[in-house]
Design a protein. Structure first.
Length: 284
């Protein structure tokens, strides 16, 4: 299959000699020579404890922050070679859903304007076409046209996360980095959002890097899993293999720490749609 993402030797170090944070202590390697591939139409779940470097890796892939070393081929394009103008155009095809919609959405902007903003950046759409596309996209994520005229503070957390997803989808991307996109949502809303992401992948062939510290959640959406620790990938493989037969001790520790799970009971069954299934633990 075609690779949506191919990363080699990706590295980010903070606090290098002469850098602005050097006086606070030694250099910190946030991402350490990471190699990673995601095939088109597939979802890779990136897991690890807080501070492992997951979010930094996601931002590096989209060049929201600049790497210190390594190469990034995204949708067949060497994005390290792109100018700022070319990179803005690239972000119509490769975008990000952030963890906290309250931060990623401007509280002073109406929902319709926040969702339409990426279309303004990419250009080529009339005002009427932008409104039509915003309306269609909001409806696709389960919101009504009346939500277009609201401000973020007038909506619930679940609705705002759907707005954030709509904003990411408005340019019809082929690759999305999902950075803890449901961490702040209640259980039922999490299941709805996971179902939505799965549906969109089936309909549009979108590839996802799904970042989460919640292994139970990742099991419901990921085709493959990569385990990150202290900036390095310690294990990667098909989701069923990693969850049922983990090879690295750190992966086994993460699985053993799942609430309600003993080391001998690590199998996860079903999908978020299974009748009577707990959408987070995967247990009926």
């Amino acid at each position: 299959m075609t690779a949506a993402l191919s990363v080699r030797g990706l590295t980010k170090v903070y606090g290098r000699a002469g850098g602005p944070f050097r006086r606070h202590g030694p250099a910190l390697t946030a991402v350490d020579a990471v190699d990673l591939d995601i095939e088109a139409g597939r979802t890779l779940g990136l897991v690890g404890e807080s501070g492992a470097g997951k979010s930094t890796l996601g931002r590096l892939i989209l060049r929201l922050i600049e790497p210190d070393a390594g190469s990034i081929s995204l949708l067949g394009t060497d994005i390290a070679a792109l100018s700022r103008r070319e990179l803005r155009r690239m972000r119509a095809a490769a975008t990000m859903i952030f963890q906290d919609p309250y931060i990623s959405l401007d509280p002073r902007m109406l929902i319709k304007d926040s969702v339409a903003e990426p279309l303004l950046v990419s250009g080529g759409h009339t005002r009427a076409r932008r409104r039509e596309k915003v309306s269609d996209t909001l409806r696709r994520v389960g919101l009504r046209e009346t939500h277009m005229e609201r401000f973020p503070h007038e909506m619930s957390g679940g609705q705002l996360q759907r707005v954030a997803i709509a904003r990411a989808l408005i340019t019809d991307p082929s690759f999305i980095v999902c950075d803890e996109p449901v961490a702040a949502l209640d259980v039922s809303t999490r299941a709805q959002v996971i179902n939505l992401l799965n549906d969109l992948r089936e309909e549009r062939g979108i590839s996802y890097l799904f970042i989460s510290h919640d292994l139970r959640l990742v099991r419901l959406i990921a085709d493959e899993v990569a385990v990150m620790r202290r900036g390095s990938l310690v294990e990667k493989g098909e989701a069923a293999r990693v969850f049922d037969h983990p090879e690295h001790e750190y992966t086994r520790e993460l699985l053993a720490a799942i609430p309600g799970r003993s080391p001998r009971s690590r199998r996860f069954g079903g999908t978020p749609r299974s009748p009577g299934l707990d959408p987070i633990s995967g247990v009926g």
